[in-house]
Write a protein that binds this ligand. Structure first.
Ligand SMILES: N[C@@H](CCC(=O)N[C@@H](CS)C(=O)NCC(=O)O)C(=O)O
Length: 215
């Protein structure tokens, strides 16, 4: 009964790995080195034809891709982990902001990291990246305003949406701006980093961002 997670340090697979750690399920990580472009290897296309991480092979042998699909499946299969609240109104808000970050913010990181994929040969990838970062900042301010709990998103406490917010908010080289403008996102992330189930996973992915060195 072991999950196999395809992932890379600091990537979206960190969210899935933390959710797995919260469930207590056995899992193994298969490294897909994004810095070496290993996701482009033909062998990985049979796992995820979109050639991105994360991907998860479940103990039933199914292959799942898309981080939100993976997280919702883990919640369904491990209800005892309480990855999402039972209260229907709180659950709806957790899903609302999970999908906001997944669909309105996460895709911007591809423009930030690979601007040449989106800009015509005659255009400047740097200019495109600047526009992407400014949209990124606007949308994170919306998430900041949605955080009603302390330190987590929901008043009722922790949910897997907090894992997602913590991981995605670290991207796009916005550390200085984020620490000045997103105090609630920062506090939420510190709380995620310190959770007993996930602290080791976070440290392995982001050793430079442990609570005592957190800005
Ligand atoms: N919609 C996908 C996005 C996955 C994604 O963009 N993953 C990034 C890492 S965080 C990736 O694999 N990038 C490599 C590439 O675009 O070549 C999901 O939610 O799982």
């Amino acid at each position: 009964m072991t999950y196999i997670l395809y992932g890379h340090r600091r990537s979206g697979s960190l969210t899935v790995e933390m959710a797995l750690a919260e469930t207590g399920a056995d899992y193994k990580v298969r490294e897909v080195d994004l810095e070496a472009e290993a996701q482009r290897d033909q062998s990985y296309a049979s796992v995820n034809p979109q050639r991105k991480v994360p991907a998860l092979v479940t103990p039933l042998g199914e292959t799942l891709t898309e981080s939100v699909a993976i997280l919702l499946t883990l919640d369904q299969r491990h209800p005892e982990a309480a990855l999402l609240p039972k209260d229907k109104m709180e659950r709806a808000q957790a899903l609302r902001w999970l999908l906001f970050v997944a669909t309105e913010i996460y895709p911007i990181v591809e423009i930030n990291d690979y601007p040449e994929r989106f800009s015509p040969a005659t255009a400047s990838p740097d200019a495109l990246r600047d526009v992407a970062r400014s949209i990124w900042r606007e949308r994170w301010c919306i998430v900041e305003g949605a955080i009603l709990g302390n330190p987590y998103l929901l008043r009722s406490g922790f949910s897997l949406t907090d894992l997602y917010i913590a991981v995605v908010s670290r991207w796009a080289q916005q550390d200085q701006w984020r620490s000045e403008h997103l105090p609630k996102v920062e506090k939420l992330t510190e709380a995620v980093m310190a959770r007993p189930a996930t602290a080791d996973v976070w440290r392995r992915h982001r050793p430079e961002l442990t609570p005592n060195r957190f800005s």
